[in-house]
Design a binder for this molecule. Sequence first.
Ligand SMILES: [Mg+2]
Length: 294
Amino acid sequence: MCPATRDERTAHVIPSPTTAMPDLRGIRGWLFDLDGVLTPTADVHMHAWARLFTPVLAAAGAEPYTDADYFAYIDGKPRYDGVRSLLASRGIVLPEGEVTDAPELDTVHGLGNRKNAAFNATLAEEGVTAYPGSLAFLDAVQHDGCLAAVVSSSKNAPAVLAAAGIADRFEVVVDGAVAAREGIAGKPAPDTYLAAAERLGLDPAVCAVVEDAESGVRAGAAGPFGAVIGVDRGAGAETLLALGADVVVHELDELIPALGFETRPPSSGAPRPAGGGPAGVHRPADSEREGGLA
Ligand SMILES: [Mg+2]
């Protein structure tokens, strides 16, 4: 969970005084990851896995499913690999089946498809609320006329955006379904982010990638983007900086002062004066910025 107050958040900040903030004032397109950046969707995925495996393991007479199983056997893996791994932990072997298997079938693919159905049902029943800090940041950049895109590996991105009530806030969505249909390489390749910039009609150099995951920060660092923003939801600021993030924050609204918007009337078209970076922002050391991890 996010810390409750800004004081608590900034208490975790590790100052890095050696380099200047990336200049975000020339960024015209913001390319947001979804899960963990705009919405706390990991919780929905965890609930869905529990919803899938609790009855399956009970029926098999196996040790009950717990959240620890999620982190040990499922987190970060493609869906069917997660199914296979959890079943193996209980000594259960099921037929592989086919990707097209109905969710009712007791096959690896059937269970994976059942998990997806459980995810959508959980989303519909419990909903999901976008991070307030991310919404405030989105408000700020869109108020200034910037364009916004969602770039997600998930094939459920449209459903998540709809459940959070923010589907109409983005000009472009490049999700797992789009990538699969069009043969676009997924993260950590930069291709889905490049595709989003192209669809916005913007040069990647005036676009910023916003990511919470290691693979996503790698994707941003591998492309010619104007900035890579890391959001630390648990990966760790130092890790994200080392992988190529230009700056890491706990909540995106910490970055609003760096946009320079407050120093001039909205939409005035006046040049933005130069300014320092905001408090509460991690900045990379020179060695990290030039690490060449892309
Ligand atoms: Mg993410």
